[in-house]
Design a protein around this ligand. Structure first.
Ligand SMILES: [Fe+2]
Length: 265
């Protein structure tokens, strides 16, 4: 793949030399068409039936056996088409995130590992799954999408679930405060990797499983929507998050980012 270090050299391309405020910018930027197209497909085709079919398809874990490092290497062949910020292979992102977490939490070795693991579910895209069923922010299916879902106003009009009275109210098919573990999330690398970890009995604390399962649920952990589905346990887990370093809020995040990515921040 391309040399990722070039991406962060501000003299190479002024577009990538942006400050923190301009990350996750979904209204302008050179990668926006690609990002919008991915979300349009996702928000049209991710339905309750679709998600259930993917759980059934991948819930047997019968496709391929590989080590974690083989999965990391495989991600070198993948560029995430939903991400407006990065245009480099995901294996780079895995090490970058792990090293960032090591700097912020030197005592929590399991958390460093979460950084390395968090996107490994994206190997789905290398085995024929479309990107809209692998990458991008996630959202609950089976209820009406809330305002902080990206492109919420312009991408859901062709989703059949929103014509279905069972699935189109604020609660949809859920009980109030049922807990996110009872919510059917749009299918993608978060849920898949969570299921892989559970199936293989990864010896990591519950926070690790939780972070990986919901790390792309920006409408919840960042947008603070979907409170009506959350349990006390969900609220307790909210502070535990793994996310790209350049999005870690506050001066600590900026310091770490600067230490890792000289010149760009
Ligand atoms: Fe991810």
């Amino acid at each position: 793949g391309p040399d990722p270090s070039l991406v962060y050299r501000p003299d190479v391309d002024p577009e990538v030399a942006k400050d923190k405020a301009s990350f996750r910018n979904y209204t302008s930027g050179p990668l926006l068409d690609r990002v919008f197209t991915t979300y349009k497909l996702m928000h049209t085709h991710q339905t309750v039936d679709f998600v259930r079919s993917k759980h059934a398809q991948f819930g047997g874990f019968s496709y391929k056996k590989m080590t974690v490092m083989e999965a990391v290497d495989l991600l070198d062949g993948l560029v995430d088409e939903s991400d407006p910020d990065v245009d480099f292979p995901n294996s780079f992102h895995a090490f970058q995130t792990a090293e960032g977490i090591r700097k912020a939490h030197p005592d929590k070795d399991w958390f460093h590992l979460v950084g390395l693991l968090h996107d490994l579910g994206k190997v789905l895209a290398l085995f024929g799954e479309p990107q809209w069923a692998v990458v991008g922010d996630t959202f609950p299916v089976g209820c009406r999408p809330q305002a902080s879902v990206v492109f919420c106003d312009s991408t859901f009009q062709d989703n059949p679930d929103l014509q279905d009275p069972r699935y189109s109210t604020e609660l949809g098919m859920y009980q109030p405060h049922c807990g996110l573990d009872r919510v059917l999330m749009s299918w993608g690398h978060d849920e898949y990797m969570y299921q892989v970890m559970k199936f293989n009995k990864f010896s990591l604390p519950p926070e690790a499983f939780y972070m990986i399962r919901f790390h792309s649920f920006y409408p919840w952990h960042t947008g603070r929507d979907y409170q009506q589905l959350c349990s006390q346990q969900d609220l307790a887990m909210l502070p535990w998050q793994v996310r790209p370093l350049h999005q870690v809020p506050g001066p600590a995040g900026r310091r770490q980012a600067a230490a890792l990515l000289p010149g760009a921040h």
